[in-house]
Design a protein around this ligand. Structure first.
Ligand code: GDP
Length: 459
């Protein structure tokens, strides 16, 4: 058992989302989970039932039936938290759920803190820290790729890679420390060339992992995408088409789309978070001016720009100059010509020389597939092989990897300068510490609190 843990109390929380559903699940974990449930349950004697069984019965408040329920039993250590766990499936009314939780509290359970179930699972050795974090990512995953990456991390793919690197370093650290025991005798157990090669190799892998975060961040958080263009270019219409719902206001009056509507779609496994804007028109209108200011602000928050223009009223030269103007940061930008349903063949062909351009009709929904393909292509995840590659999605891990990298640089410098073994060993230990933070071999209470309070209650 992990020395961190002192759980002689039993926690309870609702595991399902609030609001009426067909069923809700209330979860208990701790030594008295079964005993406490038994006190409010009428049916079989739960304490005499084996693990991994389900029992029908009623929950009663001093004889009065609160609900008919199913009780699932998971006895320690064969449960999510490795403690006794009980899951009560009741009817999904908030009232019933509250009544049952109240009864369980009265019988000695205490309300769980955010993430406490998963924290207990981690502390009891069910999985390491990176895997625990992946549980939260999995629950939050909303696209095929974010699901795949979280699942892989939860199953330990990422952890294994970190642990492997760590194990190799531990070996060298202990060799060098062994040398120190021999004091003056000038022995070298740790081959310095081998150590240098190992460190260079680990640094290479860390660089790859850090680079993968660009992708990991996109996969986890989506691509903030902005649609810009003059008023009446058809931005709202396009957004509507893409979202397939009437979420943006469509209007014939120029510049009426003043509110920002953020929404998401998933294309090719990637989430695009759309940010609608009020257009880029120079204006004296006050309300609209705020809109323009916010457009520029939104531009600075986005990673991908769709530049939409009305092909019937815009020249290729205008398009080129606007593309330059609106994109000082050189973000990926997709020029999209709209209203091809009203354009003459001559107008259409005038744009043939523009690179990467997609021509659509937002109203008619023409060429939407080409547009979607082009969007996915812009993010350039096409070449990504999520099966093979380990992808970092967590900023905390990025931080630890950076610290490891710096410590390894110090080791390399120490070796180059022929520094004494104790100093080199200290730098290796620092690298080990940072690597260990990722999987939780090294933890502090602050670190754990920081991670688990971001979970919801009940997880
Ligand atoms: P926004 O100001 O850029 O958001 O433009 P809107 O989406 O409000 O569209 C302005 C006008 O252009 C509306 O009357 C739309 O119906 C019309 N519109 C949008 N897309 C198309 C299109 O593909 N073809 C045609 N003919 N009209 C369009």
């Amino acid at each position: 058992m992990n020395p961190h843990i002192l759980t002689n109390d039993t926690i309870v929380a609702v595991a399902t989302a609030a609001g009426a559903g067909a069923i809700a699940v209330i979860r208990l974990s701790g030594p008295d989970a079964v005993t406490i449930t038994q006190r409010v349950f009428k049916g079989k004697n739960l304490e005499q039932q084996p693990s991994h069984t389900i029992h029908f019965g009623t929950i009663r408040d001093e004889g009065k039936i609160v609900d008919e329920v199913l009780v699932s039993l998971f006895k320690a250590p064969h449960s999510y938290t490795k403690e006794n766990v009980v899951e009560i499936s009741c009817h999904g009314s908030d009232y019933i759920v509250q009544q049952i939780v109240k009864l369980l509290l009265k019988q000695g359970a205490r309300l769980a803190n955010a993430g406490e179930f998963t924290k207990r699972a981690f502390l009891n050795g069910q999985f390491d820290l990176a895997q625990a974090e992946a549980v939260a990512d999995l629950i939050a995953s909303d696209s095929a790729l974010s699901h795949e990456v979280a699942m892989k991390q939860m199953r330990g793919g990422f952890s294994q890679e970190i642990k492997r690197l760590r194990a190799e370093l531990v070996h060298f650290a202990s060799m060098i420390e062994l040398e120190l025991d021999f004091g003056e005798e000038d022995v070298e157990f740790a081959d310095r060339d081998q150590l240098r090669n190992l460190i260079l190799n680990i640094q290479r892998i860390i660089r790859e992992l850090l680079k993968s975060f660009e992708l990991g961040n996109v996969i986890k958080n989506g691509v903030p995408t902005v649609i810009v263009g003059k008023p009446n270019a058809g931005k709202s219409t396009l957004l509507n088409k893409l979202l397939n719902e009437e979420k943006a206001i469509v209007s014939d009056v120029p510049g009426t789309t003043r509110d920002f509507i953020e929404d998401e779609i998933s294309l090719g496994g990637i989430t695009f978070r759309f940010i609608d804007t009020a257009g880029l028109r120079e204006t004296t209108d006050k309300v609209e001016a705020i809109g323009v200011e916010r457009t520029l602000q939104k531009l600075s928050q986005s990673s991908l720009i769709i530049y939409l223009f009305d092909i019937t009223t815009t020249t290729p030269e205008e398009v080129l100059s606007e593309l330059q103007e609106l994109n000082p940061k050189k973000l990926p930008v997709l020029p999209v010509a709209n209203k091809i349903d009203e354009a003459s063949p001559a107008t259409l062909s005038a744009f043939d020389n523009l690179q990467d351009i997609v021509k659509i009709s937002a109203v008619a929904g023409a060429n939407m597939d080409a547009l979607k393909d082009a969007l996915v292509e812009k993010v350039n995840l096409g070449k990504l092989n999520t099966q093979q590659q380990t992808i970092v999605t967590n900023l905390r891990h990025v931080d630890s990897l950076n610290k490891t990298y710096t410590a390894l640089d110090d080791v390399l410098n120490g070796l180059a300068l022929g520094m004494s073994g104790d100093l080199v060993a200290a730098d290796i230990r620092r690298a080990l510490y940072s690597l260990g933070e990722i999987t939780g071999e090294i933890t502090t209470d602050d670190l754990l609190d920081n991670i688990f309070t971001k979970f919801c209650i009940g997880k």
